[in-house]
Write a protein that binds this ligand. Sequence first.
Ligand code: ZN
Ligand code: FE
Length: 255
Amino acid sequence: MPLRIITVPCRADNYAFVLHDDVTKRTALVDAPEVEPIMEVLNGHGWHLSDLLITHHHGDHVEGVEELHRVFGCRVIGARADQHRLPPLDIAVDVSDVEAVCGEDVHVIDVPGHTIGHVAYWLPGAQALFSGDSLMAMGCGRLFEGTPAQMWDSMLRLRALPPETMVYSGHEYTSSNARFALTIEPDNPKLISRVKAITAARARGEATVPSQLGLEMATNPFLRADTVELARAINMDGESAERIFAEVRGRKDRY
Ligand code: ZN
Ligand code: FE
């Protein structure tokens, strides 16, 4: 039985993810933006939360952590580097640690940029990556704490994962990300057809998260700063990937 992953819409545009393994009967949650919708999913299935993984310290990702911990006594897992500003952790993980959660190996990947101490969780056995506000569908998180060079490095670490990996990111920002991506690469055929698909999905009220990493590589401008196509599209041929990434991120901030 493969790991079950349920996307839970929370707040205005946040996502939490409930993971359940039918073999071990263990249930995990990635980020806790809001308690009620998460409780509804857990109660609806009769699942008891065993683990809660935190991607980063922002309130819209941790607000429900302490209450869920009180209710379930679940293990709270987060980055040791950010322990001073996260809710109390039961397991403080370091970069490259591997933890067993829901019968799966969970690899901790360092993805600074949006915040320093932001981590992503990669489950190779489930072909799933939980990226929080680092890599997002056709976008990446705003740089509140890190530099463009740090975020570009984070993007490269994630881009190195198998292309069939599904990317579960923390927000439904895809429509505006798509509009912006088209201003960067208006002639990218894969981008054009993806934007059509996204627009249709949103019109039907569907979530556009998760998305496949391979499709992100072909259409997400923040994963493409070292491609000739993107450099040419913004007249920065021959510039370093870091400078191109910084230019694209800057344009998004002003968009
Ligand atoms: Zn955030
Ligand atoms: Fe967020």
